[in-house]
Design a protein around this ligand. Sequence first.
Ligand code: EPS
Length: 346
Amino acid sequence: MLRQLTAGESHGRGLIAILEGLPAGLKIDPVRINQELKRRQSGFGRGKRMEIENDRVQIISGLKKGVTIASPIALLIQNKDRGIEKLNKVLSPRPGHADLAGLLKYGFSDCREVLERASARSTASTVSIGAVCKIFLENFKVKISSQVLLIGGESDSALIKDRINEAFIKKDTLGGIFEVVIKGAAAGLGSYVQPDRRLDSRLAAGIMSIPGVKGMDIGLGFGFAEEFGSLLHDEIFYSKTKGFHRFTNNAGGIEGGISNGEDIVIRACMKPIATLMDPLNSVNIITKKTASASVQRSDVCVVEAAGVVAESVCAYVLADAILEKFGGDCLGDIKASYSSYLKRIK
Ligand code: EPS
Protein backbone atom coordinates (compact mmCIF):
# COMPACT_ATOMS: atom_id res chain seq x y z
CA MET A 1 0.00 0.00 0.00
CA LEU A 2 1.13 3.52 -0.78
CA ARG A 3 1.67 6.39 1.62
CA GLN A 4 2.56 9.97 0.78
CA LEU A 5 3.51 13.14 2.57
CA THR A 6 4.33 16.56 1.15
CA ALA A 7 5.94 19.68 2.65
CA GLY A 8 6.88 23.15 1.51
CA GLU A 9 5.69 26.75 1.37
CA SER A 10 4.93 28.69 -1.80
CA HIS A 11 7.90 31.05 -1.30
CA GLY A 12 10.05 28.82 0.89
CA ARG A 13 13.16 26.97 -0.30
CA GLY A 14 11.22 24.29 -2.13
CA LEU A 15 8.65 21.53 -2.12
CA ILE A 16 9.23 17.99 -0.89
CA ALA A 17 7.19 14.86 -1.50
CA ILE A 18 7.78 11.41 -0.06
CA LEU A 19 6.16 8.37 -1.63
CA GLU A 20 6.43 5.05 0.13
CA GLY A 21 5.19 1.60 -0.87
CA LEU A 22 6.17 1.23 -4.51
CA PRO A 23 7.72 -2.15 -5.30
CA ALA A 24 11.35 -2.74 -6.23
CA GLY A 25 12.27 -2.95 -9.89
CA LEU A 26 10.46 0.06 -11.37
CA LYS A 27 12.54 2.25 -13.68
CA ILE A 28 11.88 5.95 -13.03
CA ASP A 29 13.06 8.51 -15.56
CA PRO A 30 13.04 12.03 -14.01
CA VAL A 31 12.41 13.45 -17.50
CA ARG A 32 8.92 11.94 -17.30
CA ILE A 33 8.26 13.67 -13.97
CA ASN A 34 9.51 16.99 -15.37
CA GLN A 35 7.16 16.66 -18.35
CA GLU A 36 4.21 16.38 -15.97
CA LEU A 37 5.48 19.33 -13.91
CA LYS A 38 5.66 21.40 -17.08
CA ARG A 39 2.10 20.43 -18.01
CA ARG A 40 0.95 21.63 -14.56
CA GLN A 41 2.66 24.98 -15.11
CA SER A 42 1.01 25.65 -18.45
CA GLY A 43 -2.50 26.47 -19.63
CA PHE A 44 -4.12 29.72 -20.74
CA GLY A 45 -4.73 32.03 -17.77
CA ARG A 46 -1.58 31.29 -15.79
CA GLY A 47 0.05 34.22 -14.00
CA LYS A 48 3.54 35.72 -13.58
CA ARG A 49 4.82 33.13 -11.11
CA MET A 50 4.90 30.58 -13.90
CA GLU A 51 7.28 32.86 -15.81
CA ILE A 52 9.70 32.68 -12.88
CA GLU A 53 9.51 28.98 -12.06
CA ASN A 54 10.70 26.13 -14.22
CA ASP A 55 9.77 23.22 -11.97
CA ARG A 56 12.29 20.39 -12.08
CA VAL A 57 12.44 17.38 -9.81
CA GLN A 58 15.47 16.09 -7.96
CA ILE A 59 15.07 12.48 -6.84
CA ILE A 60 16.80 12.40 -3.47
CA SER A 61 16.20 8.79 -2.45
CA GLY A 62 14.56 5.49 -3.31
CA LEU A 63 16.39 4.70 -6.55
CA LYS A 64 19.65 3.01 -7.52
CA LYS A 65 20.70 3.53 -11.13
CA GLY A 66 17.25 4.89 -11.85
CA VAL A 67 15.40 1.81 -10.53
CA THR A 68 13.31 1.65 -7.33
CA ILE A 69 14.74 -0.33 -4.42
CA ALA A 70 11.48 -0.33 -2.40
CA SER A 71 12.67 2.37 0.00
CA PRO A 72 10.78 5.67 0.24
CA ILE A 73 11.14 7.92 -2.80
CA ALA A 74 11.89 11.54 -1.89
CA LEU A 75 11.20 14.17 -4.55
CA LEU A 76 12.47 17.74 -4.26
CA ILE A 77 11.37 20.73 -6.35
CA GLN A 78 13.31 23.90 -5.55
CA ASN A 79 11.50 27.26 -5.62
CA LYS A 80 13.12 30.04 -7.60
CA ASP A 81 10.93 32.67 -5.91
CA ARG A 82 11.86 31.99 -2.30
CA GLY A 83 11.67 35.27 -0.40
CA ILE A 84 9.25 34.09 2.30
CA GLU A 85 10.99 36.06 5.08
CA LYS A 86 10.75 39.38 3.20
CA LEU A 87 7.20 39.21 1.87
CA ASN A 88 4.54 41.73 2.87
CA LYS A 89 1.98 41.08 5.61
CA VAL A 90 -1.48 40.06 4.43
CA LEU A 91 -3.99 41.69 6.79
CA SER A 92 -7.22 41.66 4.73
CA PRO A 93 -8.22 38.04 4.11
CA ARG A 94 -9.39 37.20 0.58
CA PRO A 95 -13.00 35.94 0.30
CA GLY A 96 -12.83 32.38 -1.04
CA HIS A 97 -9.29 31.75 0.24
CA ALA A 98 -8.10 29.88 3.37
CA ASP A 99 -6.78 33.21 4.73
CA LEU A 100 -9.36 33.97 7.43
CA ALA A 101 -10.34 30.44 8.47
CA GLY A 102 -6.66 29.48 8.71
CA LEU A 103 -5.75 32.60 10.68
CA LEU A 104 -8.52 31.99 13.22
CA LYS A 105 -7.67 28.31 13.48
CA TYR A 106 -3.93 28.70 14.15
CA GLY A 107 -3.96 32.00 16.04
CA PHE A 108 -1.84 33.94 13.52
CA SER A 109 -1.75 37.72 13.17
CA ASP A 110 -0.77 37.63 9.48
CA CYS A 111 -2.58 35.68 6.72
CA ARG A 112 0.84 35.19 5.06
CA GLU A 113 1.42 32.26 7.45
CA VAL A 114 -1.74 30.62 6.05
CA LEU A 115 -1.39 31.32 2.36
CA GLU A 116 2.18 30.10 2.12
CA ARG A 117 1.08 26.51 2.73
CA ALA A 118 -2.51 26.83 1.47
CA SER A 119 -1.15 27.99 -1.93
CA ALA A 120 -1.85 25.80 -4.92
CA ARG A 121 1.91 25.76 -5.45
CA SER A 122 1.79 22.63 -3.25
CA THR A 123 0.17 20.83 -6.19
CA ALA A 124 3.64 20.62 -7.81
CA SER A 125 4.43 18.02 -5.11
CA THR A 126 1.15 16.23 -5.87
CA VAL A 127 2.07 16.09 -9.55
CA SER A 128 5.57 14.78 -8.85
CA ILE A 129 4.05 11.89 -6.89
CA GLY A 130 1.40 11.32 -9.55
CA ALA A 131 4.03 11.21 -12.30
CA VAL A 132 5.83 8.38 -10.49
CA CYS A 133 2.52 6.55 -10.03
CA LYS A 134 1.75 6.97 -13.74
CA ILE A 135 5.04 5.23 -14.60
CA PHE A 136 4.03 2.35 -12.31
CA LEU A 137 0.56 2.20 -13.92
CA GLU A 138 2.02 1.88 -17.43
CA ASN A 139 3.05 -1.65 -16.43
CA PHE A 140 -0.66 -2.43 -16.15
CA LYS A 141 -1.64 -0.48 -19.28
CA VAL A 142 -3.53 2.12 -17.25
CA LYS A 143 -3.54 5.57 -18.90
CA ILE A 144 -4.92 8.77 -17.41
CA SER A 145 -5.78 11.96 -19.29
CA SER A 146 -7.76 15.14 -18.66
CA GLN A 147 -9.49 17.88 -20.58
CA VAL A 148 -11.23 21.15 -19.88
CA LEU A 149 -15.01 20.96 -20.43
CA LEU A 150 -16.17 24.41 -19.39
CA ILE A 151 -14.66 27.70 -18.26
CA GLY A 152 -16.81 30.65 -17.18
CA GLY A 153 -19.81 29.03 -18.87
CA GLU A 154 -18.05 28.49 -22.26
CA SER A 155 -17.14 25.12 -23.77
CA ASP A 156 -15.67 26.12 -27.15
CA SER A 157 -11.87 26.59 -26.87
CA ALA A 158 -11.81 29.91 -28.77
CA LEU A 159 -14.63 31.29 -26.61
CA ILE A 160 -12.85 30.03 -23.49
CA LYS A 161 -9.76 32.05 -24.49
CA ASP A 162 -11.92 35.13 -25.04
CA ARG A 163 -13.55 34.64 -21.65
CA ILE A 164 -10.18 34.33 -19.89
CA ASN A 165 -8.93 37.46 -21.68
CA GLU A 166 -12.10 39.25 -20.57
CA ALA A 167 -11.45 38.17 -16.96
CA PHE A 168 -7.86 39.41 -17.23
CA ILE A 169 -8.99 42.83 -18.51
CA LYS A 170 -11.68 43.08 -15.84
CA LYS A 171 -9.11 42.10 -13.17
CA ASP A 172 -11.25 39.08 -12.41
CA THR A 173 -10.84 35.29 -12.32
CA LEU A 174 -12.67 32.24 -13.69
CA GLY A 175 -13.37 28.68 -12.64
CA GLY A 176 -14.65 25.77 -14.66
CA ILE A 177 -15.16 22.06 -15.10
CA PHE A 178 -12.55 19.50 -16.12
CA GLU A 179 -12.84 15.79 -16.87
CA VAL A 180 -10.42 12.99 -16.06
CA VAL A 181 -10.58 9.68 -17.94
CA ILE A 182 -8.77 6.58 -16.68
CA LYS A 183 -8.43 3.92 -19.37
CA GLY A 184 -7.33 0.33 -18.92
CA ALA A 185 -8.19 -0.17 -15.23
CA ALA A 186 -9.13 -3.85 -14.80
CA ALA A 187 -12.42 -4.76 -13.16
CA GLY A 188 -12.05 -5.43 -9.45
CA LEU A 189 -10.10 -2.50 -8.01
CA GLY A 190 -11.45 -1.12 -4.73
CA SER A 191 -14.16 -2.81 -2.70
CA TYR A 192 -17.64 -2.40 -1.25
CA VAL A 193 -16.68 -4.12 2.02
CA GLN A 194 -15.76 -0.91 3.90
CA PRO A 195 -16.53 2.73 3.06
CA ASP A 196 -12.84 3.67 2.96
CA ARG A 197 -12.00 0.85 0.57
CA ARG A 198 -14.40 2.02 -2.13
CA LEU A 199 -12.55 3.17 -5.25
CA ASP A 200 -15.04 6.03 -5.71
CA SER A 201 -14.63 7.31 -2.13
CA ARG A 202 -10.85 7.21 -2.52
CA LEU A 203 -10.96 9.05 -5.86
CA ALA A 204 -13.41 11.58 -4.41
CA ALA A 205 -11.11 12.26 -1.44
CA GLY A 206 -8.22 12.82 -3.85
CA ILE A 207 -10.14 15.09 -6.21
CA MET A 208 -11.66 17.12 -3.36
CA SER A 209 -8.17 17.61 -1.89
CA ILE A 210 -7.21 19.77 -4.90
CA PRO A 211 -7.28 23.46 -3.89
CA GLY A 212 -10.34 25.21 -5.31
CA VAL A 213 -12.34 22.09 -6.22
CA LYS A 214 -15.92 22.41 -4.95
CA GLY A 215 -17.69 19.49 -6.58
CA MET A 216 -17.16 16.27 -8.50
CA ASP A 217 -19.12 13.43 -10.00
CA ILE A 218 -18.47 10.05 -11.58
CA GLY A 219 -19.99 8.97 -14.88
CA LEU A 220 -23.45 10.41 -15.35
CA GLY A 221 -23.15 11.78 -11.79
CA PHE A 222 -25.94 14.24 -11.01
CA GLY A 223 -27.58 13.20 -14.29
CA PHE A 224 -28.75 10.03 -12.52
CA ALA A 225 -31.38 12.22 -10.85
CA GLU A 226 -33.12 12.86 -14.21
CA GLU A 227 -34.50 9.56 -15.50
CA PHE A 228 -35.78 6.01 -14.80
CA GLY A 229 -33.21 3.40 -13.82
CA SER A 230 -34.13 1.31 -16.86
CA LEU A 231 -32.85 4.15 -19.06
CA LEU A 232 -29.67 4.82 -17.12
CA HIS A 233 -28.05 1.59 -15.96
CA ASP A 234 -25.48 0.09 -18.32
CA GLU A 235 -26.58 -3.30 -19.71
CA ILE A 236 -24.02 -6.11 -19.54
CA PHE A 237 -22.82 -8.15 -22.53
CA TYR A 238 -20.27 -10.90 -23.05
CA SER A 239 -18.14 -11.94 -26.02
CA LYS A 240 -15.10 -14.21 -26.21
CA THR A 241 -12.84 -11.44 -27.50
CA LYS A 242 -14.02 -8.62 -25.23
CA GLY A 243 -15.11 -10.59 -22.13
CA PHE A 244 -17.78 -8.81 -20.04
CA HIS A 245 -18.49 -5.36 -21.39
CA ARG A 246 -21.08 -2.60 -21.81
CA PHE A 247 -22.08 -0.33 -24.69
CA THR A 248 -22.86 2.58 -22.35
CA ASN A 249 -20.88 3.88 -19.40
CA ASN A 250 -23.19 5.96 -17.26
CA ALA A 251 -21.68 4.32 -14.18
CA GLY A 252 -18.37 5.96 -15.13
CA GLY A 253 -16.46 2.70 -14.71
CA ILE A 254 -17.32 2.10 -11.05
CA GLU A 255 -20.13 -0.02 -9.59
CA GLY A 256 -20.43 -0.77 -5.86
CA GLY A 257 -17.17 1.05 -5.20
CA ILE A 258 -15.30 -1.33 -7.56
CA SER A 259 -13.90 -0.68 -11.02
CA ASN A 260 -15.98 -2.60 -13.57
CA GLY A 261 -13.48 -2.62 -16.44
CA GLU A 262 -14.93 0.34 -18.35
CA ASP A 263 -13.25 3.76 -18.50
CA ILE A 264 -13.37 5.59 -15.18
CA VAL A 265 -14.79 9.04 -15.90
CA ILE A 266 -14.65 11.86 -13.37
CA ARG A 267 -15.75 15.47 -13.71
CA ALA A 268 -14.89 18.16 -11.20
CA CYS A 269 -15.70 21.82 -10.76
CA MET A 270 -13.13 24.36 -9.68
CA LYS A 271 -14.14 27.75 -8.30
CA PRO A 272 -12.54 30.94 -9.65
CA ILE A 273 -9.17 31.83 -8.06
CA ALA A 274 -9.79 33.76 -4.83
CA THR A 275 -7.21 36.49 -5.45
CA LEU A 276 -8.91 39.30 -7.40
CA MET A 277 -6.87 42.19 -8.81
CA ASP A 278 -9.99 44.33 -8.26
CA PRO A 279 -10.65 43.01 -4.77
CA LEU A 280 -13.90 42.33 -2.92
CA ASN A 281 -14.66 43.76 0.49
CA SER A 282 -13.08 42.20 3.50
CA VAL A 283 -12.16 43.22 7.04
CA ASN A 284 -8.73 44.26 8.31
CA ILE A 285 -7.89 41.67 10.96
CA ILE A 286 -6.18 44.24 13.25
CA THR A 287 -8.54 47.24 13.02
CA LYS A 288 -11.66 45.13 12.29
CA LYS A 289 -12.69 47.87 9.85
CA THR A 290 -13.92 47.26 6.29
CA ALA A 291 -11.01 47.03 3.86
CA SER A 292 -10.40 45.74 0.36
CA ALA A 293 -9.15 42.17 0.30
CA SER A 294 -5.43 41.74 -0.11
CA VAL A 295 -4.10 41.65 -3.67
CA GLN A 296 -1.33 39.16 -4.37
CA ARG A 297 0.25 38.10 -7.64
CA SER A 298 -1.95 35.26 -8.88
CA ASP A 299 -3.44 33.47 -11.88
CA VAL A 300 -6.62 34.30 -13.81
CA CYS A 301 -7.68 30.72 -14.48
CA VAL A 302 -6.06 27.37 -13.60
CA VAL A 303 -8.71 24.85 -14.66
CA GLU A 304 -6.38 23.18 -17.18
CA ALA A 305 -3.64 22.82 -14.56
CA ALA A 306 -6.20 21.46 -12.09
CA GLY A 307 -6.93 18.69 -14.60
CA VAL A 308 -3.25 17.71 -14.55
CA VAL A 309 -3.29 17.70 -10.75
CA ALA A 310 -6.45 15.56 -10.84
CA GLU A 311 -4.75 13.06 -13.14
CA SER A 312 -2.01 12.85 -10.52
CA VAL A 313 -4.30 12.19 -7.58
CA CYS A 314 -6.12 9.56 -9.65
CA ALA A 315 -2.78 7.94 -10.56
CA TYR A 316 -1.94 7.69 -6.85
CA VAL A 317 -5.34 6.13 -6.02
CA LEU A 318 -5.17 3.64 -8.91
CA ALA A 319 -1.57 2.64 -8.09
CA ASP A 320 -2.58 2.13 -4.47
CA ALA A 321 -5.62 0.03 -5.47
CA ILE A 322 -3.48 -2.16 -7.75
CA LEU A 323 -0.89 -2.70 -4.99
CA GLU A 324 -3.66 -3.52 -2.53
CA LYS A 325 -5.18 -6.15 -4.85
CA PHE A 326 -2.04 -7.71 -6.33
CA GLY A 327 0.41 -7.19 -3.44
CA GLY A 328 4.04 -8.09 -3.90
CA ASP A 329 7.24 -6.25 -3.15
CA CYS A 330 8.84 -6.63 -6.54
CA LEU A 331 7.33 -5.42 -9.79
CA GLY A 332 7.69 -8.81 -11.50
CA ASP A 333 5.59 -10.57 -8.81
CA ILE A 334 2.83 -7.98 -9.12
CA LYS A 335 2.74 -8.23 -12.91
CA ALA A 336 2.59 -12.06 -12.75
CA SER A 337 -0.28 -11.91 -10.27
CA TYR A 338 -2.06 -9.29 -12.41
CA SER A 339 -1.86 -11.31 -15.63
CA SER A 340 -3.09 -14.51 -13.97
CA TYR A 341 -6.02 -12.51 -12.53
CA LEU A 342 -6.85 -11.09 -15.98
CA LYS A 343 -6.98 -14.67 -17.36
CA ARG A 344 -9.35 -15.73 -14.58
CA ILE A 345 -11.88 -12.93 -15.08
CA LYS A 346 -12.04 -13.14 -18.88
C1 EPS B 1 0.97 28.58 -7.91
C2 EPS B 1 1.84 29.44 -7.31
C3 EPS B 1 1.41 30.72 -6.73
C4 EPS B 1 0.14 31.22 -7.44
C5 EPS B 1 -0.93 30.18 -7.48
C6 EPS B 1 -0.47 28.87 -8.00
O1 EPS B 1 2.47 31.61 -6.88
P1 EPS B 1 2.45 33.11 -6.32
O2 EPS B 1 1.52 33.14 -5.15
O3 EPS B 1 3.88 33.38 -5.94
O4 EPS B 1 2.04 33.94 -7.49
O5 EPS B 1 0.45 31.60 -8.76
O6 EPS B 1 -1.47 30.01 -6.22
C7 EPS B 1 -2.78 30.35 -6.01
C8 EPS B 1 -3.60 30.58 -6.96
C9 EPS B 1 -3.21 30.41 -4.64
O7 EPS B 1 -4.39 30.71 -4.40
O8 EPS B 1 -2.39 30.21 -3.76
C10 EPS B 1 1.41 27.31 -8.49
O9 EPS B 1 2.62 26.97 -8.45
O10 EPS B 1 0.55 26.59 -9.02
